[in-house]
Design a binder for this molecule. Structure first.
Ligand code: SF4
Length: 381
C-alpha cells in the first residue's frame, strides 16, 4: 500500500489509509469540515438541488442522477426541466407511454437509461407504493441504478453515509492522497479512501461538495489549487503532482465503422423510420434503415441491396459522422423519393418500420446520430 499512496508529509504518516483524513492529524480541520464549509458558501445552484433547509425530493434526486450518468450538467439541465414539467412525480412518469419517454430523452444519449428510467418508475409506483427505498443496498437492485447512483441517491435524498465515487471523485481523491498507482487498478483504493473521508452527518452535502469541487476547482487539466479549500491537506499539491494525477493508461484510438443509411421519402411527405431492437446500442430508439455498421463497406451494388424499398437511390453528397463510446461511425447517405403505395423489402424488416410525417420527426425518438442522418438526407442539394 505504501507504494501506491504517498500522503502529505511522507509515507510514515499513513497508518490506516481508509480512515485517514488528510491534515486532521496535525491539528488542522479535517477534509470533510473544510469541504463542507466551502460548499456552504460556494455550492452550485442546480435545478434539482433543494433550497437550504428543505427536505430533498427523492424523485428529483433520482431523475437527475440517472440523467447525469456519463453526461454533463450543462447538457442535462434542459432535459431535466422538461421532464420535471411534464412528469412531476414518479407516479405520473410511471403512467406515461414508454414511447413518449424515449422521445423526450432523444438527444441525451445512452438510451438504455430512458428505458430503465421508465421501468424503474413503474416498479416504484406498482411495487413500492410510490416511495423509493431509502438504503443504497435496496436502491442498487432497481433498474438503471448502479453502485454510484445508489450511493448518490441514498446520501443526498436519505442522508445515508454512502459515498458515490465516479471519475470526478476518483480524481479528487487520487490528488488528495497522492495516489500514484494508475487507474483502473487503483479504483478500490480510491473508493476506500473516499469512504474514509465521508462524515457520518451531512453525507449528502459532502457527496455534492466533492462533486462540485471536482467540477469547478479540482478540474482534470488545470486544477485551481490556489483557491481550493483543501490546499492545506492535499498531498498532490504538496508534492507538485496535482496535474499529473490520476495516472491513466494511454487511450486506444476508437475504431472506425462505416455503413450506408437509406432516407426514403414518400410522395405524401412521410419518411421511413424503423424501431431498433430493445437490446444493444440505441436499443428501442428509432432509426433510418441502414446496412450493418462494419469495418469496411461491401461493394456498392451489394450494399444497395439492403435498401428498405425499391427505388431510384442517389448518394447525398458528404457523409455523416458520429462518435460513440467505443467506435466512430461514418455513414454515407442514400436518398429516394418513392410512391405512396411502395412496398417494403424483406431487408427493411417491415414489422419494425413506420412512415412518419416530416413535421413529426422533431418529436420522434430519434437518437442524435439519426437526427444528423435525417437532417443530412432531407437537406435540399
Ligand atoms: Fe485538487 Fe489542487 Fe485542491 Fe488538491 S489542492 S484537491 S489538486 S484543486
Amino acid at each position: 500500500m505504501l507504494g501506491l499512496i504517498r500522503a502529505q508529509g511522507g509515507a510514515s504518516r499513513m497508518p490506516n489509509v481508509a480512515k485517514m483524513q488528510p491534515g486532521a492529524s496535525c491539528g488542522q480541520p479535517d477534509t470533510a469540515a473544510l469541504l463542507l464549509e466551502w460548499w456552504d458558501r460556494e455550492r452550485r445552484d442546480l435545478p434539482w438541488r433543494t433550497p437550504r433547509g428543505c427536505a430533498p425530493d427523492p424523485y428529483r434526486v433520482w431523475l437527475s442522477e440517472i440523467m447525469l450518468q456519463q453526461t454533463t450538467v450543462k447538457a442535462v439541465i434542459p432535459f431535466y426541466e422538461r421532464f420535471l414539467a411534464r412528469w412531476p412525480t414518479v407516479a405520473v412518469l410511471a403512467a406515461a407511454p414508454l414511447d413518449d419517454v424515449l422521445a423526450a430523452w432523444a438527444g441525451l444519449g445512452y438510451y438504455s437509461r430512458a428505458r430503465n428510467l421508465h421501468k424503474c418508475a413503474k416498479l416504484i409506483a406498482d411495487v413500492h407504493g410510490g416511495r423509493f427505498p431509502t438504503a443504497s443496498g435496496a436502491l442498487v437492485k432497481l433498474p438503471g441504478i448502479g453502485p454510484y447512483t445508489a450511493a448518490a441517491i441514498a446520501a443526498i435524498a436519505f442522508g445515508e453515509a454512502a459515498t458515490p465515487v465516479d471519475g470526478n471523485i476518483e480524481r479528487v481523491v487520487a490528488r488528495l492522497f497522492a495516489v500514484t498507482a494508475p487507474l483502473p487498478g487503483s479504483k478500490p483504493t480510491l473508493r476506500s479512501l473516499a469512504g474514509g473521508l465521508t462524515p457520518p452527518a451531512r453525507a449528502g452535502d459532502f457527496a455534492q461538495a466533492l462533486m462540485d469541487l471536482g467540477a469547478s476547482v479540482c478540474t482534470p487539466k488545470r486544477p485551481s489549487c490556489l483557491v481550493c479549500p483543501l490546499q492545506t491537506t492535499c498531498a498532490a499539491l504538496a508534492e507538485g503532482l496535482a496535474t499529473q494525477l490520476p495516472l491513466k493508461p494511454a487511450k486506444a484510438d476508437r475504431p472506425l465503422r462505416v455503413g450506408l443509411a437509406f432516407v426514403a421519402l414518400r410522395e405524401d411527405g412521410t419518411v421511413l423510420l424503423r424501431r431498433r431492437p430493445e437490446a444493444g446500442l440505441l436499443g428501442g430508439m428509432l432509426e433510418v434503415p441502414s446496412t450493418e455498421w462494419s469495418e469496411t463497406l461491401p461493394p456498392l451494388d451489394q450494399a444497395l441491396r439492403a435498401a428498405p424499398v425499391h427505388g431510384q437511390w442517389w448518394a447525398v453528397p458528404g457523409t455523416v459522422t458520429h462518435t460513440f463510446t467505443h467506435f466512430r461511425l461514418e455513414l454515407m447517405i442514400y436518398r429516394a423519393v418513392v410512391p405512396n403505395e411502395t412496398a417494403l423489402t424483406f431487408w427493411a424488416d417491415p414489422q419494425r418500420c413506420r412512415w412518419v410525417p416530416r413535421r413529426a420527426l422533431n418529436s420522434a425518438a430519434l437518437p442524435s446520430v439519426m437526427r444528423k442522418v435525417v437532417a443530412h438526407g432531407l437537406r435540399e442539394h
